[in-house]
Design a protein around this ligand. Structure first.
Ligand SMILES: Cc1cc2nc3c(=O)[nH]c(=O)nc-3n(C[C@H](O)[C@H](O)[C@H](O)COP(=O)(O)O)c2cc1C
Length: 358
């Protein structure tokens, strides 16, 4: 087993185990969530670059679920139509097109990083929703009034997730990854830091994980049996000073999700609260989390600080994870997977048009 051993999952075979990590582009032009030429070129280039799986950025299941007005969305058929040619192009390049449906929860309605991250009050913004009315605490700016989701709202939201997943498959995406990490809505329900509800969706582990389990069950029932379902989680809240979500919670969650039809846990970390104590983020800093989550036998992807072909290959060949998920290195080099294949002495997935360049 090595980085270029194909990844087989249900009806999908990805050509190698490099996955382009989901990365927000904040590039929808009219605040309408529709994919633009930027998305086509950005995702298309990573597909020509040789990665086995190319994942879209967080793609909002409802307009309120966007982090910023410029986020990508999949809340209508028009959104799926705009994404379909991108998925088709990725496939034509031998990459497996994957999508990350998402809901930002209480972290919604913010300015994109290029405009100076912070809450958008007034007409351009909207009311975020969360497990409680407690808003995301900004450092220097007034928080946004946040709406607590009631049981009826939750039922509507689950419908939004399934409709999004159905559209994603119709648009040609071959893997669906539910975004339950980074302090966004589903993570906000998982973590005792943000979920202090006292109903069926809050309280003990069972109740806090209920929403994610319901979303997973509904999405699994909606998408074809042959379509892999991934879930991205934050393995830990990085908040050892208070009751919070831990790596052992993640391992337990993974074992609960697998029987519901989850094929892989994409193991990330953090971002539930600004007080988080981020450890040293050196090379492969999150691999130990992935290993712990995999202890129950659930396949995992690991992400964070993977920047070299040898490093990515070592993770796979030493059995530390099933996928090497590469984010920022893919911003620097869309051809990371081709370069990796060349350096590792594997057949490089070079597009025919580019063979003279390699
Ligand atoms: C520009 C940018 C945008 C990101 N957007 C998302 C996102 O949409 N969804 C997500 O799950 N993670 C997102 N992340 C986190 C990355 O997917 C990845 O987990 C993180 O960058 C660590 O991996 P790396 O060290 O390889 O970059 C983003 C990261 C960056 C740098």
């Amino acid at each position: 087993m090595h980085l270029f051993t194909p990844f087989e999952c249900r009806d999908v075979t990805a050509r190698n185990r490099v996955m382009v990590s989901p990365m927000c582009q904040y590039s929808c032009e009219a605040a309408d969530g529709l994919a633009t030429e930027w998305h086509r070129v950005h995702l298309g280039s990573r597909a020509t670059g040789g990665a086995g799986i190319v994942m879209t950025e967080a793609t909002a299941v409802t307009p309120r679920g966007r982090i910023s007005p410029e986020d990508l969305g999949i809340w209508s058929d028009d959104h799926a139509e705009a994404l379909a040619p991108i998925a088709e192009f990725m496939k034509s390049q031998g990459a497996t097109p994957a999508i990350q449906p998402a809901h930002a929860g209480r972290k919604a309605s913010t300015r994109r990083p290029a405009d100076g991250y912070g809450p958008i009050h007034g007409d351009r913004g909207w009311t975020p929703v969360g497990p409680t009315e407690t808003p995301w605490p900004y450092n220097d700016e007034e928080p946004l009034e946040t709406q607590r989701l009631e049981t009826d709202d939750i039922a509507e939201l689950i419908d939004a997730w399934t409709a999004a997943a159905e559209r994603a498959v119709a648009a040609g995406f071959e893997i669906v990854e539910i975004h339950a990490a980074h302090g966004y809505l589903l993570h906000e329900f998982l973590s005792p830091v943000t979920n202090t509800r006292e109903d069926a969706y809050g309280g003990d582990f069972e109740s806090r994980t209920r929403l994610l389990r319901e979303v997973v069950t509904a999405v699994r029932e909606t998408i074809p049996d042959g379509t892999p379902l991934f879930v991205r989680i934050s393995a830990t809240d990085w908040l050892p000073d208070r009751e919070s979500w831990t790596v052992s919670d993640s391992a337990r969650l993974a074992s609960d999700l697998e029987p519901l039809g989850v094929d892989l846990i994409d193991v990330s970390a953090g971002a539930i609260h600004p007080d988080q104590q981020v450890p040293d983020t050196g090379p492969h800093y999150q691999v130990p989390y992935a290993e712990q989550v995999a202890e129950g036998g659930v396949p995992v992807g690991t992400v964070g600080g993977i920047t070299t072909p040898e490093g990515a290959d070592a993770i796979i060949s030493n059995g530390r994870a099933d996928l090497a998920i590469v984010g920022r290195e893919h911003l620097r080099d869309p051809y990371f997977a081709i370069r990796a294949a060349q350096e590792l002495g594997q057949e490089a997935p070079v597009p025919r048009q580019y063979t003279r360049g390699f």
